[in-house]
Design a protein around this ligand. Structure first.
Ligand code: CO8
Length: 264
């Protein structure tokens, strides 16, 4: 795919946005390619995705400012919807998605990272929503996800003042879960993804759905959502075998084994 490379290593899929001449900025073609690559993910075998950017300077330097510069109001709204539809698809993608933020994550770059389930970054990562400096609002979910992920007050400060933040500050406010030297970032993302991929896939998917759906409703409805998803895991091979393995292990520690979950 032109601007998005997709590779599979074991049960982990790695999507790399590759538009190095524009620091991986998102134009319509990149967004289309990303959507097409998501279509290719084989959910039978791939259990976790990593999203990263090419090179060691930029994850994604935002939406393409050249493409946006002449849009009409209607075209602006349509471009916002195009990005939002794809970012919602990432957010709701059945398997977990880890953003490995390897440099600038500005505007649409921070927004795509926030649509992933987990964010880790390199020490040189810079996050920000510079849109008000360009005369627009964040348009790919930034006002919504940043306020939910950090806090409304912190999101407003970052967005209103067009202030970029460094990796350490992103970690302090909870925007990323961990910071690594650049060369250790992808290996760390792969290690985390492989660990997730080794768990019972039906259960991991259900956890993602429960957390995402539950955050949209009050606690009573949230626990109902969890109950249904919890119940849905029973009678699966993975639930039976996961629990039987624990019980065998209790009888005889020599019987400890790693369960090969089968996604069924
Ligand atoms: N769009 C298009 N091209 C870009 C972008 C971008 N967002 N970012 C960088 N580039 C290009 C530069 O134009 C340059 O191209 P060229 O070599 O042809 O001149 C190349 O990438 C390298 O960039 P720089 O020379 O500027 O590199 P520096 O190291 O000097 O600076 C920065 C790096 C600080 C990242 C700088 O490039 C920069 O500030 N980029 C713009 C960052 C930005 O403002 N991003 C937010 C964009 S707005 C947005 O994302 C809104 C999302 C919602 C949209 C909703 C639509 C309705």
């Amino acid at each position: 795919m032109g601007f998005v490379n997709y590779e599979v290593e074991g049960a982990v899929g790695i999507l790399t946005i590759e538009r190095p001449r524009a620091l991986n900025a998102l134009n319509s073609e990149v967004l289309d390619d990303l959507n097409a690559v998501l279509d290719q993910v084989d959910l039978e075998t791939v259990r976790c995705l990593i999203l990263t950017g090419s090179g060691d300077k930029s994850f994604v330097a935002g939406a393409d400012i050249g493409e946006m510069s002449t849009l009409t109001k209607a075209e602006g709204e349509a471009f916002g919807k195009k990005g939002n539809d794809i970012f919602l698809r990432i957010e709701k993608f059945p398997i977990p998605v880890i953003a490995a933020v390897n440099g600038f994550a500005l505007g649409g770059g921070n927004e795509i990272a926030m649509s992933c389930d987990i964010r880790i970054c390199s020490e040189n990562a810079i996050f920000g929503q510079p849109e008000v400096g360009l005369g627009i609002t964040p348009g790919f979910g930034g006002t919504q996800r940043l306020a939910r992920l950090v806090s409304p007050g912190m999101a407003k400060q970052i967005i209103f003042s067009n202030s970029n933040i460094k990796a350490a500050e992103a970690y302090r406010i909870g925007l990323v879960n961990a910071v690594y030297p650049q060369e250790e970032l992808l290996p760390a993302a792969k290690k985390l993804a492989a660990r997730i991929a080794a768990q019972a896939p039906i259960a991991v998917r259900a956890c993602k759905e429960a957390i995402n759906e539950g955050l949209q409703v009050d606690i009573e409805k949230g626990v109902e959502i969890e109950e249904k998803l919890f119940g849905s895991c029973f009678e699966s091979y993975d639930q039976r075998e996961g629990m039987a393995n624990f019980l065998r292990k209790k009888d005889d520690p020599n019987k400890v084994k790693v369960v090969a979950f089968q996604n069924k």
